[in-house]
Design a protein around this ligand. Sequence first.
Ligand code: BTN
Length: 270
Amino acid sequence: MLIFVIDIILRSKLRKLLAQNAENTFPAWLHYFDQLDSTNNYAMRRIDDGLAQHGEVIQAAFQKEGKGQRGKKWANDRGNLMMSLIVKPNVPADRQFVLSMATACTLARYLQAIGNGWQVAIKWPNDIYVNDKKACGVLIENIFRGMDWAYAVIGIGLNVNQASFPRELGNATSLAMASGRTFDLREIMTDIRSGLLNRLRQLSLETYPALLQEYNQHLFRLDKKTGFRERASGRCFEAYVEEVDEAGRLVLLSHQGIETFNFGTLDWVL
Ligand code: BTN
């Protein structure tokens, strides 16, 4: 009997030890840093150096020069997830929006699943909004070799455990703020990686229409009158968000009729 009890105690201690070790060790595909310039920059350097593998993740607890869309800076908070996933896209080089859609849909579906009743939407092209506030930004950088889309670096900044945002980022939220609880960054990073890799495996010419449909179902401000500013002309106008077309253009209905806009030509005025 005594041997039996000792055996149970030892086994339970061993299990705890193994669990602790699993938390402290890193899988071969993860390059984790306490601090980096930018996880996307590090991933691009690995590609340049010929070291990158499909499925590798670069994660940093803090970025000194986190990059956002259109040359903007991405603010850092140690409670948040900053990761870049390196992939070899199995998508033709002229269908870059497919990867954008796949990323946005995977993130939206994941947040929908872990949130309790959150309203999750994709703001064209690939910001993720939770309860009408920005919770996640995506910056995809590409390496083309000839006609071949050799690599993409999918940079994801997800506000996870940040408790509040400065007034100038009034439109931002975090998962913690939306739920009142904190989250495990490692678990979220691992889930997002597997979700994205699975999603990419399923991509083919046949699955693009369903992906576009899923993307449009999540579209931020769908069928709602919304303010916009056209960058080239400075024209400010209101329009209904109709859909995103297969070329990745935003289709709006304004008083001028149906208008379509390429990525980078339009600002949302919210
Ligand atoms: C945006 O402007 O919305 C895109 C933000 C993308 C930020 C992430 S954080 C991890 C990765 N590394 C970077 O330097 N940027 C992306």
